[in-house]
Design a protein around this ligand. Structure first.
Ligand code: NAD
Ligand code: MG
Length: 402
């Protein structure tokens, strides 16, 4: 593509935390990127405001009545030219549209899988924030990336850091990344808001406490995942697929300052780290501009202000979700999809006040114990397992006390 024609971007999950940061980076480089489509699920007011401010060609929302509402408001504001549609078919359409170059996959949870895969199958440059999509469908997803010549760039800050520290960066060839002399991946974790809390204190954690992350401002689901450390578990699985590595080669390192975003260890003893302020606009700008670099609007790192970097081992007893995720990846097949589905049910139940904080790991564990692992050899199998594990987790939630 010539440098004079702006890249057309579809932003899946525009109203979310990653969506907002992406809009901010795109607005700083409006000559290079044009918004083809923005999507949201329920937040119609926020999507309207985004359409008025950023003028995409298309907007997609969850329901027909919200789409009608949005059309009317846009027409009243003199923006009737924005094409508004709704539902899953429309999400797939804007993900694979011929005029689109880049798709930012920033829908939360399993709902992002099909649109993200549609972008992969259309051979787009896919910026992957939606880790649950890859956790669920791992091998199928990575095979689709190679088969359709898509370019997959990790946006999750840890994976983006590893990507930057690996020796080779070839578009769409992630399976070749772990090569000469790489001995391990060091995935950093902030430890979340409860890093030093006792088990007794963890028993009484509220949703608002769990969503108040010390370093990152994120959506509620990933904030709870960070607090339980399931986020790091999902990221461990994500790293295994992205970089074609075994779980044993991925070491989790708790680093409370969130300045080192992750590291790569080499056979000669070298460890390369990527550092920066905890601001998702850095990996987003990296993904948009790759292989170039552009200003992300992020404050430069001031090491004198930070002054120290600490590292410690994770605690499997207080934070068992990390172990559950590692075991699911080791079990293989549909186990990571079951883990993800059970976790989505558990986190929602916690946010709705129906499950305690410590109950999240217990419900996920009970669901996995009652689940048989099958080969994840088709998308149908994965989607079936996702639905089955959700039903099972819901049933256990009502039957037992966690
Ligand atoms: P969020 O909750 O702030 O936003 C989620 C977006 O997805 C919203 O636009 C929402 O409308 C849309 N959405 C939700 N459910 C949907 C559905 N059923 N169908 C269609 N759209 C739906 O989430 P977030 O924090 O921006 O995270 C988005 C993804 O990025 C997650 O997978 C998360 O794990 C990942 N991620 C986020 C961060 C972060 O800093 N926030 C960092 C790394 C990775
Ligand atoms: Mg992360």
């Amino acid at each position: 593509m010539s440098s004079s024609s702006p890249q057309q971007v579809t932003l899946l999950g525009a109203t979310g935390s990653i969506g907002r940061s992406t809009l901010d980076v795109i607005a700083q480089h409006s000559a290079s990127y044009r918004l083809h489509a923005v999507t949201a699920y329920r937040s119609r007011d926020a999507l309207l405001e985004i359409c008025l401010q950023h003028e995409p060609a298309r907007a997609v929302i969850g329901t027909e009545s919200d789409a009608q509402w949005l059309r009317t408001r846009l027409r009243d504001a003199g923006r009737g030219h924005v094409d508004v549609s709704h539902g899953e078919a429309a999400l797939l359409e804007v993900s694979r549209a011929a005029e689109v170059d880049v798709v930012m996959a920033a829908i939360m949870g399993a709902a992002g899988l099909l649109p993200t895969l549609a972008a992969v199958e259309a051979g787009k440059r896919v910026l992957l924030a939606n880790k649950e999509a890859l956790v669920m469908s791992g091998g199928l997803f990575m095979d689709a990336v190679s088969r359709h010549g898509a370019t997959l760039l990790p946006i999750d800050s840890e994976h983006n850091a590893i990507y930057q520290c690996l020796p080779m960066q070839r578009a769409g060839r992630h399976r070749e990344l772990i090569r000469d002399g790489v001995s391990r991946l060091l995935l950093t974790a902030s430890g979340g808001p409860f890093r030093n809390w006792s088990l007794e204190a963890l028993a009484n954690v509220t949703p608002d406490q769990a969503c108040a992350h010390p370093n990152w401002s994120m959506g509620r689901k990933i904030s709870v995942d960070s607090a339980t450390m399931m986020n790091k578990g999902l990221e461990l699985i994500e790293a295994c697929w992205l970089f074609d590595t075994a779980p044993a080669q991925v070491e989790v390192v708790v680093h409370p300052q969130s300045i080192v975003h992750s590291m790569v260890g080499y056979a000669d003893g070298s460890v390369l780290a990527q550092m920066g302020n905890p601001d998702m606009r850095t990996p987003i700008a990296y993904g948009l501009a790759w292989p170039s670099r552009v200003d992300a609007g992020v404050e430069p790192l001031d090491l004198f202000v930070i002054s120290r970097l600490d590292f410690e081992a994770p605690d499997d007893v207080r934070f068992p979700c990390l172990r559950l995720a590692r075991e699911a990846m080791e079990a293989g097949g549909t186990a990571p999809a079951s883990l993800n589905a059970a976790n989505e049910v558990a986190v929602q139940a916690f946010l709705d006040g129906k499950l305690s904080f410590l109950g999240i790991a217990r419900l996920v564990s009970a669901t996995l114990q009652a689940t048989e692992v099958c080969a994840a050899d088709s998308l149908d199998v994965v989607l079936c397992e996702d639905a089955r594990a959700r039903q099972l987790a819901e049933r256990l939630l009502h039957q037992r006390s966690f």
